[in-house]
Write a protein that binds this ligand. Sequence first.
Ligand SMILES: *Cc1c(COP(=O)(O)O)cnc(C)c1O
Length: 341
Amino acid sequence: MTAAPLRLRLDSAALVANWRLLDAMSGAAVCGAAVKADGYGLGAKGVTARLREAGCRDFFVSTWAEARSLADLDAAVSVLHGVRAEDMRGERPGNARPVLSTAAQVLRWRETGAPCDVMVDTGMNRLGVSVAEVADGLLDGLNIETLMSHLACADEDVSMNAAQRDAFAGLAGRTSAKRLSLANSAGVALGVDYAFDLTRPGISLYGGVQVPALAAIRQVVTPEAQILQRRRVRAGETIGYNATFTAPADMEVAVINLGYADGYLRAMERLGTARADGQTLPLLGRISMDLIAIGVDAAPGLAEGDWIAMDYALPEIAARAGRSQYEMLTGLGDRFDRIWR
Ligand SMILES: *Cc1c(COP(=O)(O)O)cnc(C)c1O
């Protein structure tokens, strides 16, 4: 297969180090991994293979299609969006089980007698059966592997966190569940009294840092693109759509194979930076759908066909773009080759 002119360089050692850090911070609890949205854009197959090797045994996806793509994985896959009537008729891999979140799903699944997980809503009002329904016996007779809930504000220092934790802890022993699970990445950083038996980090595995306690998390993803053309732009000439950039002096410019259609957001105009030969390079003018102009005066050796890396430390670039760290990752498109190092 011909290599694409753009690639995501993915750092295996950083991914594994991030999981090990979150595992250690989870105390006695086991650490799983959220790999929905194709491993937050990195590619779920590549992520799960590396984390399985590191010792991770519990993975979380959103849909059954995502679970089917991980059917060969020797580890449990929990499907967060539960099980619809259509899914009962569809193919469900042997390593996957639903996370039930409504009474209808419970009825649908109970007759299979197969293991499942259950989501309980403790205040987020997203997915989940209510604490009252659990108390009333809705889950009786189910074969529950993991009972879980989800924190609404784990990345903030607010009283809602303890309120959700206490509501969830109150369900211990009320169901057949072998394990309890509450914490996402930021939830792990809240401390071991949020970890219960199993934690479910996602974004911090991939380099996301939302709270100071996770400052040691390492960058995993670096977008890179090939130079399609190198040109000289004369003082006073403009670059790109709408001629928004005027060269203040003669400049060397490289045009690279990357654009907003690849998830490199237009919000990064004037804010993004690139890197080659150890130099920081500016983005010039508009970001096009598939092209970006880079100022390469500082890198005289760069030629057509050479690669330029985009600075992509998630906490910084998300702050610059005014977007969430999640959006900066999950928007990265399928035109990238995904290259693990
Ligand atoms: C996405 C998700 C996670 C992981 O959350 P992060 O904030 O990415 O760590 C954990 N649990 C559930 C239910 C989720 O939907």
